[in-house]
Design a protein around this ligand. Sequence first.
Ligand code: NAI
Ligand code: MG
Length: 501
Amino acid sequence: MANKTGITEQKTQAFVDCQNHRMLIGGQWVDALNNKRIEVINPANETVIGNIPCAQPEDVNKAVSFAKDALEQDAWGRMRPSARQNLLLKLADLIERDARIIAELEAVDNGKSADIALAVDVGLGLEFFRYMAGWATKIEGSTLDVSVPMAPPEADFFAYTRREPVGVVAAIIPWNFPFLMACWKIAPALAAGCTVILKPAEQTSLSALYLGQLIEEVGFPAGVVNIITGDGQTTGSALTKHPGINKISFTGSTQVGQMIGRAAMDNMARVTLELGGKSPMIVLKDCDPEKAAQGAAQAIFFNHGQVCSAGSRLYVHRSIFDTVVSRLVELAEAIPMGPGLDSSAQMGPLVSQVQLDRVCQYIESGRKEGARLVTGGERVDRKGYYVKPTIFTSEDDSLVIAREEIFGPVLVVIPFDDVDEAVRRANDSPYGLAASIWSNDLSLVQRLIPKLKAGTVWVNGHNMLDAGVPFGGYKLSGVGRDMGKQSLDSYLETKSVFMAL
Ligand code: NAI
Ligand code: MG
């Protein structure tokens, strides 16, 4: 039943047709108290398709107070771990049931391909809920034999640690993987027994609001998950400064992450920050140029380059540089572009006018600084925020386009002669989110891995993710880790118990 927008699921259309969306606070769907609203824009055609509430500080107070109550009430606070696990598994099942609907919402709201969102955003999101559900029943402390030096010799002590939920969690997420980021934050928080206030990005809030409906359907007690919409300045900042928040988990820009980190310390809120990157790919001379080009195209053009770990600096050994670049150009020019709901398109529009302008300014700066533009470098001549896959080459990696996070489909390819030089240049960045090495010389690769200052190193691949493998950054790319057991741990406090027997 396809209609003119390309939406195939009736439930997607019905959800979009709501127009005036509401947010979920304390188990109720509500507007902002002063009824302030933000437009929802479809980036594929630049049209307004609805609006969402812009939560004000009073709305934030309300959400925090519901989340705090829910934590203290027995329904959630004393729920058995196995019951928490089962709720999470049930939620994963509902996500699976409605996967196509969620993927279509991502397509109209963010611009990405619904088919890719179905496999990647929704697929990884629901797998992550299942992975974290398993941890709910495996949270454990330790028992210790203690010495207690000042006690008399006949005294007997028993000591143990217990892990407890950190409390009320504020989760603030970006627009590049709206649904998946919501899952990355909510799943470990709930597995740990916390309550959550999620604030999706103002550009892409629809899939989080839809997730709120599923959370209701599963039957989590009211106030356990609250989803408030709004911008950073009003809603996000009120949330991060609120003294009732025990932990902030943020994914977004380094600049906002630094502000949030500082605000968190005023209340000693625990923080996880997953921030920007300028992730290098290093292609060694033994690498098959075809494999390198295919890998690099995926690494930079996936999600239109709007990926924190995008492979945006490509260092290629000079002996294969020209071959890799010319093949990359062919691949870039062959990418079909179009709206996310057009299944023949692989690359859609950027998320917003703001992001389009930002990316175009970087392209302009690359031209001005003298990098060689080998393909792309302009908007696509149609409505929507489309930018052509763009590739620059340059000997010099001190250019702005080779140093700053662009967050768009813009690659800089840089030749190198010596491996140690490549590693030094790869590390010469304020960021340290990820890096990849391309080679079959595995003993050399093993020697390079410890030298790379990055939270993730991929070998012969880029952007590979798994629910069990921690993801996060060194240096200005952040603090702490999403995914894996390390993520669960960051939603738990440790209580030490001493008992004199
Ligand atoms: P942003 O960091 O401003 O937005 C991310 C989230 O933070 C959104 O939910 C936003 O509402 C919220 N936020 C903004 N200001 C806030 C504040 N003062 N207090 C609390 N929350 C606040 O990112 P933006 O402006 O959308 O994108 C700017 C650049 O950031 C991009 O071009 C890209 O380079 C980078 N970025 C990196 C991401 C990543 O995954 N590491 C994701 C999104 C953006
Ligand atoms: Mg939007």
